[in-house]
Design a protein around this ligand. Structure first.
Ligand code: NAD
Length: 496
């Protein structure tokens, strides 16, 4: 059976640890290949490559760097169906969704094609007599990107196009659950003309991550994954002197006001709750229904959700399997817990009949009504196709519920009242807000990131914040024309 190996210096690198992990097709339950798990020595080989490549890539002109990024964009755009098929085979999401993920990642590549504009510094003439000041931003050095299973292409693409275009070298440590997308991307970079060592892929688990977090040659870490690991990555990386942005888990709410259009809101809840089987960090998992609309809304969501086709993502399904058997069983256990806690299971995914192999990791869309804030189905990030409905009396109760939640990735409001929507955008404590938009993932030229336990660090991904993260500022003060500076004077420099 084939082994997905590391990619270092534009070549496959088998590694020396001898350790591997199985990679499974979630739609069949079958192990289709293995992935190499790096030991510390393998991680250092990747780091050495990124360190060696850094000076020449940093010094490569912006014109030449962006030419490579443009070529990468063209190649990606021409064959993105191939990448989508790889994602579906290892993640399980349906092909159209996989293609959507690639397209959203491609937006960041397109942002990076215009890096020349984003890297422009400022200049001030004659700040003091004959003294000019200008600012520049320079790459930080070799950087590590550690990504989760649920977006094997898009999440790495939130970071590496900007990191590479701004002159850094990269080591991507993808999820060991769906590792092949990263190697496909690496080969595309090589085809686009990226020099050896600028983009490397290191497969593995905590051992690989720990080397990236502690090795002094790595200057910055972009992490996306669960909150507990994000906290660990942030604490360890910053303790070792690195800048770190660590994006964590989520529990996203949709607040539905009594004046909302219930049909389009129900559509949105189904799309955002069950797309990608709920394995999205921006999935809606809690619907907060205000006032007397809950009964109607629950019926409308149920009527739509029960029509979804669950099955193999390569066929005509709306929703694919979950990532692993263990995860499917864990998600299903939250339905048992909600029942035991007294909530009402309105649509039960445990009884799903999927159009796919009987060994696939299936769980159907599940709608649970009368959920209360203390129940585990509400307190925990479930990361599966379970939509909980909480009923509250007022906007203030809804806001308090959302703002009391420890996560703060995204939240949406559904209403026809512009004033209420405006209040919500001001008062809600999350990083990304949707107004009649259930999954408010910012476009590439804005930045993606949550608040509270959904992000550790102060910089969001891509957009101007991403450019800032991967560069360091420098300010140059120069005196020409009259090089004299008034002779000996030990006083603090004054502008005159
Ligand atoms: P995960 O935390 O298990 O793994 C993420 C990465 O960390 C992987 O590369 C993994 O190999 C590595 N890792 C796992 N355990 C580790 C450890 N103990 N020490 C060091 N490294 C470790 O996350 P996942 O299950 O792959 O992805 C799902 C999670 O990611 C969910 O919580 C989801 O909300 C979150 N997520 C968040 C965002 C966001 O933007 N905030 C986006 C996508 C996913």
């Amino acid at each position: 059976m084939s082994v997905v190996t590391h990619w270092i210096n534009n070549k496959l690198y088998p590694g020396t640890s001898g350790n591997t992990a199985p990679v499974t097709n979630p739609a069949t339950g079958e192990v289709t290949r293995h992935v190499a798990l790096a030991g510390s020595e393998d991680a250092r080989a990747a780091i050495d490559a990124a360190v060696a490549a850094f000076p020449a890539w940093r010094d490569t002109s912006l014109a030449k760097r962006t030419a490579v990024v443009f070529t990468f964009r063209e190649l990606l755009n021409a064959c993105k169906e191939e990448l989508a098929a790889i994602i579906t085979a290892e993640h399980g999401k349906v092909l159209s969704d996989a293609l959507g993920e690639v397209s959203r990642g491609q937006e960041v590549v397109e942002l990076a094609c215009g890096i020349t504009h984003l890297l422009k510094g400022g200049a001030t003439e004659n700040a003091s007599t004959n003294v000019d000041v200008h600012s520049i931003r320079q790459p930080v050095g070799p950087v590590g990107i550690i990504s989760p299973f649920n977006f094997p292409a898009m999440v790495p693409m939130w970071f590496f196009p900007v990191a590479i275009a701004t002159g850094n070298t990269v080591i991507l440590k993808p999820s060991e659950k769906d590792p092949s997308a990263a190697n496909w991307i690496a080969e595309l970079w090589a085809e686009a003309g990226l020099p050896a060592g600028v983009f490397n892929v290191l497969h593995g688990d905590k051992i690989a991550v720990d080397e990236l977090l502690t090795n002094p040659a790595i200057k910055a870490i972009s992490f996306v994954g669960s909150t507990s690991v994000a906290q660990y990555v942030y604490a360890t990386g910053t303790a070792h002197g690195k800048r770190v942005q660590a994006l964590g888990g989520a529990k996203n709410h949709a607040v539905v006001l009594p004046d909302a259009d219930l049909d389009s809101t129900a559509d949105a809840m189904v799309n955002a709750g069950f797309g990608s089987a709920g394995e999205r960090c921006m999935a809606i998992s809690a619907v907060v229904a205000i006032g007397g609309i809950a009964d109607d809304l629950v019926v409308k969501i149920k009527d739509r959700a029960r029509t979804l086709r669950i099955g193999d993502g390569t066929k005509k399904a709306d929703m694919g399997p979950l990532i692993s058997r263990a995860h499917r069983d864990k998600v299903a256990s939250y339905i048992d817990a909600a029942e035991a806690d007294g909530a009402a299971v309105v649509l039960d995914g445990r009884t799903v009949r999927a159009d796919g192999d009987q060994n696939g990791f299936w769980l159907g869309p599940t709608l649970i009504d009368h959920v209360h804030a203390g129940m585990s189905v509400y307190t925990d990030e479930i990361f599966g196709p379970i939509l909980s409905v909480l009923r509250v009396d007022s906007y203030d109760d809804a806001l308090e519920l959302v703002n009391s939640n420890p996560y703060g990735n995204g939240a949406a409001i559904f209403t026809n009242d512009g004033g209420a929507a405006r209040r919500f955008q001001t008062e809600v404590e999350v990083g990304m807000v949707g107004i009649n938009v259930p999954i408010p993932v910012p476009t590439a030229y804005y930045s993606f990131g949550g608040w509270n336990n959904s992000l550790f660090g102060d910089t969001h991904a891509h957009g101007t914040e991403g450019v800032h993260f991967f560069t360091r500022g420098k300010v140059v003060t120069s005196r020409w024309l009259d090089p004299s500076h008034g002779g000996i004077n030990l006083g603090f420099p004054q502008n005159d």
